[in-house]
Design a protein around this ligand. Sequence first.
Ligand SMILES: Cc1cc2nc3c(=O)[nH]c(=O)nc-3n(C[C@H](O)[C@H](O)[C@H](O)COP(=O)(O)O)c2cc1C
Length: 210
Amino acid sequence: MKTIVINASPRKKCNTSQIMKSAQKGAESAGAEVEYINLYDYTFKGCVSCLSCKRKDAERCRCYYRDDLTEIIEKILKADALLIGTPIYFGQATSQFRALMERLLCCVMSYDGEPTYFTGKVNVGLFYTMNAPKQYYDNVLGPSFEVQAMMFGMLNGTVKSYGVCNTVQVRDYSKYSMGVFDENIKRENRKNQFGIDLKNAHDIGAELSR
Ligand SMILES: Cc1cc2nc3c(=O)[nH]c(=O)nc-3n(C[C@H](O)[C@H](O)[C@H](O)COP(=O)(O)O)c2cc1C
């Protein structure tokens, strides 16, 4: 089993990366060989609509646009599981997450009427970290991400989504103008909930990599 773990946060040691490191450990505990990728280390674009992947003589499920993402896409399509974590920016995944999603899924998407061109199977774990409290995730954000999860269904595997809420955004709130946040609630959540989130990410990583 091969699992690709992607941190789609610009921060390499904060909430999303910690969740993804835990998901990585879960995948490893299930016996998977894991590659961990910090997406922001790479230079790439989203889909440029060249439509080379849709030409009649094109190799299916191949992104023809050449940049740092090309190889990552090839690796994902050869893997058994893909675990991606992203912070929520303005109610959505980061632009880099989105760029990866566009490139990866455009070349497997069929305009010929099939659900997908992809004949393999890649399980997908989507991890979202955010300031929003759990209730808002459950009622508003989570449902809005379901379309995204459905798109990853083009990879034919199980797709699981997990929200990590009320994250601690900065180490010392007293140094920042962030008056809308109650630091005590953030610290409580970190103490009582974040450990559970790490454990759940571990278990999802293991389950999807089995
Ligand atoms: C530009 C920007 C926009 C954000 N927008 C949202 C948002 O719309 N909703 C939310 O719940 N959190 C939002 N956040 C907070 C982050 O999603 C949250 O702190 C996340 O856990 C950060 O992940 P990281 O620690 O891996 O960087 C935003 C953060 C930034 C920097």
